[in-house]
Design a protein around this ligand. Structure first.
Ligand code: UDX
Ligand code: UDX
Ligand code: ADP
Length: 466
């Protein structure tokens, strides 16, 4: 087991690997951190002199990169070299839900993780601590270990689980002020030494109470459990929002009232058009798959219901738009404000907007999409990926604009699908003047000032209000 970590390699320069390594490099100037990726374009973007061109957008990220890049933070496509040099290798590659074979649509696809493990096994010439950072099903560490040891080299590999809890849009803040860091490892002498090496790194900026250590399995399962609990809260409040719309209760008032109970807590109780992001659905599907594989049907069904409710919420919102617009939206122009799965990120993975837009397009609406950070290519790619209709048709029915007023001009309705702050500050009087009457606003995030909109003349729909 290496005594001191001088070189870190991170395989995968994505949403997790990029910001995490940037902060480790910032806080540990004596450690050389090399982030590698097979995607040349992505590495070039990380190395771009213009910091606005970094491949991902996170508040505060460019400042951290500016401070550390070229000093002890490097981005490269030379994967082998970085592995050989490092005493510690992080695996931060993507683990999408499988789209084929056994566990299709449910289990995590581990092929990228396995390829990394094989590559590490092949090129390593010295002992290494291998850290799994990607979200993985329970017991993956064991598979990684088996692959690493299969080369039969006279070197020692220790596998740690160090799940990432950062949320997008607040990644840098979450890394700088983490509630906790979790490190799982074997509870034998070498395992504990390896854990200690990683503890030392985080201890550069976090107090020891915030660095929790467990066995590998607890660490792996904690990650899935944390995301399942968070998603479950959103589905729970969204379930109540449907009930509110029929009873005259107001979901935001309810969230406020129950959140005041310290046993419940106030966070993550915002009703929405549905949760998205790369983690929640994937991790729950994973949990469901694992539970089923052990014959725990009731456990699997319990967590699966969180997904069912989320799909229902997205569909319910889209149905409301159609029903309210007199049961037909064919040929009607509808503005879609927000495409990212939440504000302050350009990430669109599993965004509710994709599914709502798909539904509205099936009803032959003409969509005008505006998002402050998401590029047009991404929006079209997200829709094309669903395979609901031809690429030509997607481009014919949906237009991406860079000016929100252009999206809303002459529209029958405006839908708010992401809670971007700037939406609140638009000149809604001007918007109203430009729209077809009656002018509808469907606020899928409850961010706009409802009273103001009504006083202007809009007909408004809010989630969880009758
Ligand atoms: C509950 C609510 O807490 C209270 O606000 C409401 O007014 C009435 O219902 P009570 O039924 O007295 O109060 O007990 P509570 O402490 O909430 O426990 C309910 C059950 O959950 C108990 O059987 C308890 O053992 C169990 N429980 C509670 C757990 O199994 N695990 C926990 O972490 C907490
Ligand atoms: C999540 C976890 O928070 C993070 O700890 C983990 O490492 C990765 O997954 P992220 O997907 O970036 O992070 O976003 P998060 O802020 O958790 O939001 C997920 C989704 O839930 C978003 O679509 C968001 O809009 C939605 N949400 C969140 C709600 O609809 N209501 C809420 O109250 C909170
Ligand atoms: P996450 O949200 O988990 O960070 P991303 O998709 O943003 O996921 O990033 C994962 C990155 O891992 C991608 O840039 C991808 O090119 C990279 N990657 C996947 N497999 C390998 C591999 N075998 N070697 C190097 N990089 C890889």
């Amino acid at each position: 087991i290496p005594k001191k970590i001088k070189n870190i390699c991170c395989i995968g320069a994505g949403y997790v690997g990029g910001p995490t390594m940037a902060v480790i490099a910032q806080k540990c100037p004596e450690i050389k951190v090399t982030v590698v990726d097979i995607n040349e374009q992505r590495i070039a973007a990380w190395n771009d002199k213009i910091l606005d061109n970094l491949p991902i957008y996170e508040p505060g990220l460019s400042e951290v990169v500016k401070e550390a890049r070229g000093r002890n933070l490097f981005f490269s496509t030379d994967v082998d070299k970085a592995i050989v040099e490092a005493e510690m290798v992080f695996i931060s590659v993507n683990t999408p839900t499988k789209t084929y074979g056994v566990g299709k649509g449910m289990a995590a696809d581990l092929k990228y993780v396995e390829l990394c493990a094989r590559q590490i096994a092949k090129v390593s010439t010295s002992d290494k601590i291998v850290v799994e950072k990607s979200t993985l099903p329970v017991r993956t560490a064991q598979s990684i270990k088996t692959i690493l040891d299969a080369e039969g080299k006279d070197i020692q590999f220790k596998v740690l689980s160090n799940p990432e809890f950062l949320a997008e849009g607040t990644a840098i803040e979450d890394l700088h002020h983490a509630d906790r860091v979790l490190i799982g490892g074997d509870q034998d002498v070498d395992g504990l030494k390896a854990i200690q090496c990683l503890v030392e790194i985080y201890a550069h900026w976090l107090t020891k109470e915030r660095i929790l250590t467990t066995n590998v399995w607890s660490s792996e399962l904690s990650k899935l459990t944390a995301n399942a609990f968070l998603a479950q809260r959103v589905s729970s409040i969204n379930a109540i929002s449907a009930l509110c719309e029929h009873t005259g209760a107001n979901v935001d008032e309810i969230a406020n009232a129950i959140g005041a109970d310290s046993r419940i807590g106030s966070k993550f109780l915002k009703a929405s058009v549905g949760f998205g992001g790369s983690c929640f659905q994937k991790d729950i599907l994973n949990l469901v798959y694992i539970a089923r594989s052990y014959g725990l049907e009731e456990v699997a069904d319990y967590w699966n219901q969180v997904i069912i409710l989320n799909d229902y919420q997205k569909r319910r919102f889209a149905e409301t738009v159609v029903n309210t617009l007199f049961n037909t939206i064919s040929g009607k122009k509808i503005a879609v404000l927000g495409w990212a799965f939440k504000k302050d990120t350009n990430d669109t993975r599993e965004s509710a907007a994709i599914y709502v837009a798909d539904y509205l397009l099936n009803e032959q609406a003409e969509l005008m999409v505006y998002d402050p950070k998401v590029k047009p290519e991404q929006i079209y790619a997200d829709l094309d990926y669903l395979n609901t209709r031809s690429e030509e048709e997607n481009r014919r029915l949906l237009t991406v604009v860079t000016n929100p007023y252009e999206a809303m001009d002459d529209a029958h309705a405006v839908t708010i699908l992401t809670e971007w702050d700037e939406f609140k500050n638009y000149d809604w009087k001007k918007v109203y003047r430009g729209m077809k009457k009656p002018a509808f606003v469907f606020d899928g995030r409850n961010v706009l000032e409802n009273e103001l909109l009504k006083s202007i003349g809009f007909l408004t729909f809010n989630l969880g209000r009758s």
